[in-house]
Write a protein that binds this ligand. Structure first.
Ligand code: ZN
Length: 90
């Protein structure tokens, strides 16, 4: 059997998330931005607020901001480090 020099094979590149420093596997969706899935979700939501925040209702804005907090908290709970967030036990 041939030995692959690519850990985990195709699409399995591992890198550190730029936001929470967690070791993360490239799923194909988040590899380009070098973010873990949670931070990727958070940053996409933040971008949406930056781009379309003016068109959002206060409820939508609050919902999106809560979603960002939840995603960052999830990343921290899974071992990431983000300033302002503490790992919480469930
Ligand atoms: Zn992350």
């Amino acid at each position: 059997m041939a030995v692959s020099k690519f850990l985990g094979g195709y699409g399995g590149a591992v890198y550190q998330c730029r936001i929470c420093n967690r070791n993360t596997r490239d799923t194909g969706e988040n590899g380009g931005v070098q973010l873990c899935p949670e931070c990727n979700e958070a940053s996409m939501t933040e971008n949406a607020i930056n781009d379309y925040g003016d068109e959002m209702t206060p409820e939508e804005l609050a919902h999106n901001e809560a979603y960002i907090v939840k995603m960052c908290q999830d990343a921290v709970n899974k071992g990431g480090v983000i300033s302002g967030y503490k790992k919480e036990s469930k």
